[in-house]
Design a protein around this ligand. Structure first.
Ligand SMILES: [Zn+2]
Length: 475
């Protein structure tokens, strides 16, 4: 077994070799083609791009700091002291990094507390269920809710059950298809069951098949329906309840939840910048969200996104690469259960949104980067594709049709701003998403360093190029 630092060193050396070989190959092919430097608008960026990639891959700072963040503060739900302490740490660390205009922008956030919670099968045999209350759920009284279960595989089965729903604990045993499609049951399942008289809801977790792991996440109650408690259970337990029902066995469950809301709490978006040398009022935003659910450690979602974007700015600063325009890192608060950070940024900067050249969010896990998603006009798309060519050597040059992120979306919509997301190998993302297993060991230091390189190159060129992204190319 290699020690962690040896392992890092091994990877860094291996990647260093690949890069050196690639750099030689690139230089050779340019020379062979006889292309003089400066032939295209992109040529002046080849040298800084390779310095940025080299700088990013020279350290595992992003992963090391993510480990420090998640080990020191743990999960960071809105309203928790852990989140506020993490915010203070980020401000302090950004100042130590020498970033400019480092400050907090106040945001009032919802303060939901999980409280003590449990679920157990009473019949056919007494056994505990592994569960997590859904964010925003109401609680039960101390005795809890004890009722027969009614298992459904989709909303059609729920509606077809009609009067049989009344008084029951509805179990949504919905197979995971994709997050976008399956999450509807987490969001509106409680209200739809309550409308038919259900007493509570248990939801098969929205995520990939894990090891009897519940995934939390927010629900939203419809105004017109009664509010009932709702919790996520594991795939295994949902299937067990389904089998009981299918063979005609009565299953009774008792659910106890101490969930409740406290008064809104004060939180903040964290901001740090590298001020532009010629057009400081024009801004490129890089972002992630610092808050997380209250289980696991919020490493994959989304401490990693924060550290990748923030470290990219530090790399530019350390290389003394000051672009024409300002690059601003924003670590948003309250993405998970309110989006108040994203909304507050839009409102606080509304007069400045017209000067936002591009906004990028990294919130798909800091896994190995593949490229970027982009939402913008065709002119911007062509430019971003060209810039992405500088990332061929590290395998991060793919440009997908849609980009953006939840936190930046209010500003992007209001200011019609080109938006990017860091695209990664997300094959394992929904295995860890919103679970107790969302911890830093799920991410790889070199993958994160590659993410830093990709974000660093893309944001530097966009912030520095003579013509504003998406505008007429007289370049
Ligand atoms: Zn997230």
């Amino acid at each position: 077994m290699l020690s962690k630092s040896c392992r890092h060193a091994y990877w860094l050396t291996a990647f260093g070799r690949i890069l050196a070989i690639t750099a030689v190959a690139l230089t050779t092919s340019w020379a062979a083609a006889g292309a003089p430097a400066g032939e295209t608008w992109l040529d002046p960026y080849r040298e800084p791009a390779s310095r940025i990639i080299g700088g990013a891959l020279a350290s595992t700072l992003a992963w090391d700091r993510l480990a420090e963040l998640t080990d020191s503060f743990g999960p960071r739900l809105s309203g928790s002291p852990q989140l506020e302490n993490a915010i203070l740490w980020a401000l302090d660390s950004m100042k130590k990094d020498g970033l400019e205009n480092v400050h907090a922008e106040k945001v009032m956030v919802p303060h939901w507390v999980r409280g003590a919670e449990s679920a157990e099968v009473i019949r056919p045999v007494s056994r505990p269920l592994v569960m997590l209350g859904l964010g925003g759920s109401i609680g039960t009284d101390e005795e809890g809710i004890e009722a027969e279960t009614l298992v459904v595989r989709n909303f059609d089965e729920l509606e077809a059950a009609g009067e049989r729903v009344r008084g029951r604990i509805v179990v949504y045993n919905v197979p995971y298809v994709s997050y976008g499609r399956t999450v509807e049951y987490r969001a509106s399942g409680a209200s739809r069951a309550a409308r038919l008289g259900a007493s509570a809801v248990l939801l098969r977790s929205v995520g990939l098949a894990g090891l009897r792991t519940p995934h939390t996440g927010a629900l939203s109650y419809a105004e017109r329906d009664p509010k009932i408690p709702a919790a996520a259970i594991s795939l295994e337990d949902a299937e067990m309840l389904q089998r009981c029902q299918d063979r005609g066995q009565v299953a009774v469950v008792r659910l106890r939840m101490g969930a409740h809301f406290l008064e809104d709490a004060e939180s903040a978006n964290v901001v740090g910048e590298l001020r532009g040398r010629e057009k400081p009022d024009e801004v490129v935003v890089l972002s992630g969200h610092l808050d997380s659910w209250d289980v696991g450690a919020g490493a994959v979602d989304d401490g990693g996104g924060c550290l990748v974007t923030w470290t990219a700015l530090k790399v530019l600063k350390d290389l003394s690469l000051r672009p024409r325009r300002t690059i601003r890192v924003v670590l948003f608060t309250n993405e998970e259960n309110g989006l108040r950070g994203g909304l507050a940024y839009r409102d606080a900067h509304k007069n400045e949104l017209a000067n936002h050249v591009m906004m990028l969010e990294s919130d798909s896990g800091a896994f190995r980067p593949l490229g970027f998603g982009l939402s913008a006009n065709d002119r911007a798309r062509t430019t971003v594709r060209e810039i992405a060519g500088l990332l061929d050597a590290i395998g991060a040059s793919k440009i997908e049709p849609d980009g953006g992120g939840a936190d930046i979306s209010p500003s992007v919509r209001a200011g019609r701003i080109p938006s990017l997301s860091l695209e990664v190998d997300g094959s394992r993302y929904f295995l860890y998403h919103h679970t107790p297993a969302d911890t830093v060991d799920k991410l790889n230091p070199m993958d994160m360093a590659l993410g830093v390189a990709a974000v660093g190159v893309m944001s530097y060129v966009i912030a520095d190029m003579p013509v504003r992204l998406g505008h007429d190319a007289g370049r």
